[in-house]
Design a protein around this ligand. Sequence first.
Ligand code: HEC
Length: 157
Amino acid sequence: MSISSRKKWTAAVAGVLVLATAGMASAQGSKEAEAAIKYRQAVYTVIFNNFGPMGAMASDKMPFDAARFRRHAGRVASVAAIAPDTFPEISKDGNTRAKPEIWTNKAEFDQMMADFLNKAAALATVSRTAASVDDVKAAFGAAAGTCKTCHDKFRVD
Ligand code: HEC
């Protein structure tokens, strides 16, 4: 084998290796991305399922049950604390309704997330001493408002 053909061969092998490595990285990446997206959606599903019964009580569609309301509010506050961890950069591409602006407009997104956590915590606090539905309505409305504000801006309809 001449020196020049050996060089070509070496270059070709190196090229194949680079392609193979890149292919592995992207397959790995999308698997990781899908897992991260699924985790995020699961977290929001838990939040939603605990939010629903509180909404029914707050809008007088279900009789107020102070203990139940308190339980749901506590769960929403705890699980909400996980939500900020569910937006790693890798999770912006894939089977997701998260808008890319979450990662390009991070300051505003983080602000909305912080507002959500604060309002969810306030709702949990109020629910601990609530005797009637009137005691929780304002705090519930404030928390619900933070879901809508973020969805309107950062979630695909
Ligand atoms: C700071 C932003 C933000 C806040 C606050 C927020 N969400 Fe979301 N939510 C999102 C984004 C982004 C998605 C899209 C997730 C995805 O598809 O990867 C989402 C998705 C969801 C989903 C769909 C989950 C699925 O299985 O696809 C539900 C249900 C949901 N949110 C409920 C709520 C509720 C209820 C609240 C308030 C108590 C709330 N969210 C607050 C940003 C937010």
